[in-house]
Design a binder for this molecule. Structure first.
Ligand SMILES: [Fe+2]
Length: 434
């Protein structure tokens, strides 16, 4: 997990707010595993994912390393576990074989590290706050990973206590095929130099973007079902060679959690497919084939970010699609609250100046782009966060999902995965040249 890029002139952090951020994150982590029995926490559910209890120990070990050791200058409480919980050293497929802490011990490790961090922070403040922020975001990001595992595990009747019903869309239900025109011209892309950001979001740089069109919302289940029923998975001409080979090899005929009889697995059980929600759990290959079938393509990363943040009236880049304030429940479906995507178009208050809706939250959106460093990229503080993944093997996803924390989901945040992966809460919107 990522280290922060340190700002050159960082202000002194609000220590109470950071400690509160740590507490709020922990409360959700514990609530997330509360409905899961020990056996299901310790079991490997998918070779793509760690056992859930590994994530718990890893969250503790990351905080132990960054806040007890590197920030506090003390030895790690459980340094002997550093190797077991090193995400880069131990690929997910191998984690089931590791001597990781089981449930009770993992909970104890979490609590012990947090107690020590609180003592250290009370005694000396949080410095510029960037390491505390890193640890908060890391725990938040693992909550999303754990929800991916919970989906793959098909845990029946999983019903977390924070769950609330998402709002309904007002007016005619979008399909995802409604177009927005975005003017050509330069805009500032990437995270600003001050504050917290990951290395791959920097430096901010001007990009001249030709005029383009992009979907007002992500593609909905109804629209994707039309593609499936219209032979979308049989029409060779809509698939690249690599995508077709993958689809044939694994006999892919619909999105990951759909059934053949009109239902989909959602958190806790099977439900009738909701035509109004964005399609989710599709691979880049499927998204690309759908776009080709509609004479379109996926948006490039540059186009996606411009549609999300560029204010055509002022020429400035906004921190969020709707302005400067952080996300709220009225603006975006984030923070796991609805346990799934909300209907497309349900958050008009979160619209970008371009008119695009749902840019943050609901579903991650596949972009056309490979994962690369921006001009002037500098790895910070080690190469294993971003740089080793740069290249043609990974595609970029943008915007966060319903399972992403509002603290993590910004329009400059870059996620990446292989084009065949479907465990991510990923959908897409389409684009084309103007
Ligand atoms: Fe991690």
């Amino acid at each position: 997990m990522p280290p922060p890029t340190t700002a050159s002139t960082a202000p002194t952090a609000d220590t109470d707010a950071l400690l509160d951020g740590l507490d709020v994150a922990r409360e959700r982590t514990l609530a997330l595993v509360e409905p899961v029995c020990a056996e299901d926490l310790e079991r490997v559910h998918s070779t793509l994912m760690s056992p859930l209890v590994w994530d718990l120990g890893h969250i503790a070990a990351f905080e132990d390393l960054w806040l007890v050791h590197r920030f506090g200058g003390e030895p790690m409480l459980r340094g002997e576990y550093a190797q077991v919980y090193d995400a880069f050293e131990t690929p997910r497929a191998e984690r089931g074989d590791l001597p990781y802490l089981r449930c009770a011990e993992a909970h104890t490790y979490l609590a012990d590290v947090r107690t020590r961090v609180r003592e250290l922070t009370d005694a000396r403040g949080a410095g510029d706050g960037l390491l505390h922020e890193l640890v908060i975001r890391h725990e938040r990001q693992h909550q999303e990973t754990m929800l991916q595992t919970i989906m793959l595990a098909r845990l029946r009747d999983y019903d977390p206590r924070w769950r609330v019903e998402p709002p309904q869309a007002a007016g005619a239900a979008p399909t995802g095929l409604e177009w927005i025109d975005v003017q050509g011209g330069p805009f500032d892309m990437g995270a600003p130099a001050e504050g917290f950001a990951y290395d791959n979001e920097r430096p901010r740089h001007a990009v001249d973007v030709p005029a383009f069109r992009i979907g007002r919302t992500p593609i909905t289940n109804a629209t994707f079902l039309h593609f499936v029923e219209g032979g979308g998975y049989q029409r060779r001409e809509w698939w690249t060679d690599e995508a077709w080979h993958w689809k044939e090899q694994y006999d892919i005929t619909h999105p990951l959690h759909w059934t053949d009889d009109g239902r989909e697995w959602r958190i806790g059980g099977y439900e009738p497919l909701d035509p109004t929600r964005p399609v989710v759990h599709v691979s880049w290959f499927e998204a690309d084939a759908f776009a080709r079938a509609h004479g379109a393509r996926l948006p490039t990363e540059v186009e996606w970010e411009k549609a999300a943040t560029w204010d055509q009236d002022t020429g400035a880049t906004r921190p969020y699609p709707w302005g400067s304030e952080p996300p709220t429940r009225e603006r975006a479906n984030l923070d796991q609250s609805g346990c799934g995507p909300a209907p497309a178009g349900a958050y008009p208050a979160g619209a970008a100046p371009s008119g695009c809706q749902g840019m943050l939250g609901d579903v991650w959106e596949w972009t056309y782009s490979d994962f690369r460093g921006y001009p002037g990229f500098r790895a910070h503080p080690y190469r294993e966060y971003s740089e080793v993944f740069f290249g043609a093997d990974y595609r970029v996803l943008r915007g966060g999902s319903w399972a992403t924390s509002g603290r993590v989901a910004t329009p400059t945040f870059r996620n990446w995965d292989h084009p065949q992966r479907r465990q991510i809460f990923a959908g897409f919107r389409i684009a084309s040249d103007a």
